[in-house]
Design a protein around this ligand. Structure first.
Ligand SMILES: CC(=O)N[C@H]1[C@@H](OP(=O)(O)OP(=O)(O)OC[C@H]2O[C@@H](n3ccc(=O)[nH]c3=O)[C@H](O)[C@@H]2O)O[C@H](CO)[C@@H](O)[C@@H]1O
Ligand SMILES: C=C(OP(=O)(O)O)C(=O)O
Length: 432
């Protein structure tokens, strides 16, 4: 199993190109099930999750090919993929595939919308919490599907007349639920009104792509989305938006080590709350024509208090990275996690590097320390793993991060991007 070795203490200086967003690319790829024409996606990051989803989609009958490079595209700035579900050959998403990646559960809506029924394994509870799907099933039922759970599988059947537009009011903001509602309502008969919809940029990206495919969706990015169902969707070409979580992660890495880095292609509006928090911590953040420039020279890191919230609030996917930064803050930082009940798995690993963190329910109190020291660490999820990388970059001596496959799920060319900016980081292949 690969490991990453980091020798801390170097500043980061230079340019980091920002990849396409994993959390947008996955639902966009799934949207290919809604049409028998070709969906061409550009700026798709090269990630383990993308490869895994291609396997899952193949199982349903989606052919895929890698399209030619576009001008300016490099090995670290994604790929163009063509997806075509000429016919759906299997409407079952089996446990062995779905359990490996939670986002694959989202095939439920397009399969039912296009084929009339689907059988999809319940996703496993993962390392950050229980991850229920009751609200996604509520969406399918509201649109007229009959939903049963049998032997760990969700069986959803549309009436013979197909799904029918409805009013959906989410009791809680859910990104997966909103993706599900958009994909199912796009091909339903009549109008669907979605209230308390997730406003995440990845929802907007999906809605824009669906509209390019012929859907009639208005209001994505706001709490109320209105979908006029259409009889058929067609092919389209769409570019995945830049990854706001990758952007915030590298911004925090620079805040941690000091230095001056341009996050090329990043868009401030996608993560304004996180950039504001970085500003409060004493990091200089400037929007430029090329992206976002992040600098910290000389000043210490100020402790900040943060609560994770749905967009436009501070994202749960940056909570672990901020906590890593706060381990070197001046004073005590209070970080509250409100989205997932078990997303503090990084705390005990950060402690191995010398961090002082106390947990009280959904709040972590981080007492800044004057130095961290390298150690062997590992994490059980993607963002927790990268928080250890951030801490290691500022720790004295050597840190080895185990279970690198978590990082490969969500960070394209991590070592190359950080290494070019001066980090001492390398992958040790196949060692234990
Ligand atoms: C609102 C939010 O921040 N969503 C995050 C969530 O999206 P993801 O789509 O995974 O999760 P949801 O947005 O659906 O979940 C938000 C909240 O709703 C709850 N819930 C969800 C579905 C359901 O049927 N029933 C239910 O109770 C969840 O337990 C959670 O507390 O994780 C992703 C991966 O970390 C992040 O990129 C998303 O930003
Ligand atoms: C937890 C994440 O991914 P997933 O929802 O696919 O588990 C994430 O993107 O931080």
């Amino acid at each position: 199993m690969d490991r990453i070795r980091i020798t801390g203490g170097s500043e980061l200086n230079g340019v980091i190109p920002i990849s396409g967003a994993k959390n947008a690319a996955l639902p966009l790829m799934i949207a290919s099930l809604l049409t028998d024409e070709t969906l061409e996606l550009h700026n798709v990051p090269r990630l383990a999750d993308v490869q895994q989803l291609l396997r899952i989609l193949s199982n349903h009958g989606v052919d895929h090919g890698i399209a030619g490079k576009r001008p300016g595209q490099t090995a670290e700035t994604g790929q163009s993929i063509r997806l075509r579900a000429r016919s759906v050959i299997d409407t079952t998403a089996p446990y062995e595939l779905v359990s490996k990646m939670r986002a694959s559960f989202w095939v439920l809506a397009p399969l039912v919308a296009r084929m009339g029924s689907a059988r999809v394994s319940l996703p496993g509870g993962c390392a950050i919490g229980t991850r229920p799907v009751d609200l996604l099933l509520m969406v399918m039922e509201k649109l007229g599907a009959k939903v049963d759970i049998e032997g760990g599988y969700v069986l959803a059947r549309a009436p013979t007349s197909g799904l029918k537009g409805a009013e959906i009011n989410f009791s809680k903001v859910t990104v997966g639920g909103t993706h599900t509602a958009l994909m199912a309502a796009a091909l339903a008969d009549g109008t669907t009104v979605i209230d308390n919809a997730a406003r995440e940029p990845e929802v907007v990206d999906l809605a824009e792509c669906l509209n390019a495919m012929g859907a009639k969706i208005a209001g994505a990015g706001q709490s109320r989305i209105v979908v006029e169902g259409v009889a058929k969707l067609g092919g389209a070409s769409h570019t995945v938006l830049p990854d706001r979580i990758e952007t915030g992660t590298y911004a925090m890495a620079v805040a941690m080590t000091g230095g001056d880095v341009l996050l090329e292609g990043a868009r401030p509006v996608l993560l304004q709350s996180a950039l504001d928090v970085l500003g409060q911590s004493g990091t200089e953040v400037t929007a430029t024509n090329e992206g976002i420039r992040v600098r910290r020279n000389g000043h210490g890191i100020a402790a900040v208090d943060v609560t994770t919230e749905p967009f436009p609030g501070f994202p749960t996917d940056l909570q672990a990275q901020l906590m890593a930064l706060m381990t070197r803050g001046k004073g005590t930082s209070r970080i509250r996690e409100t989205i997932f009940e078990n997303r503090f798995m990084h705390v005990q690993e950060l402690a191995r590097l010398g961090a002082r963190i106390r947990l009280d329910g959904d709040i972590a109190f981080v007492d800044g320390v004057s130095k961290l020291t390298g150690a062997p660490v590992m994490a059980t999820d993607l963002r927790a793993s990268v928080s250890l990388v951030i801490a290691a970059l500022a720790a004295e001596g050597e840190t080895t991060v185990n279970r690198v496959y978590h990082l490969d799920r969500g960070f394209e060319a991590l070592e190359a991007k950080l290494g070019r900016c001066g980090a001492q980081i390398e992958r040790l292949s196949g060692e234990h």
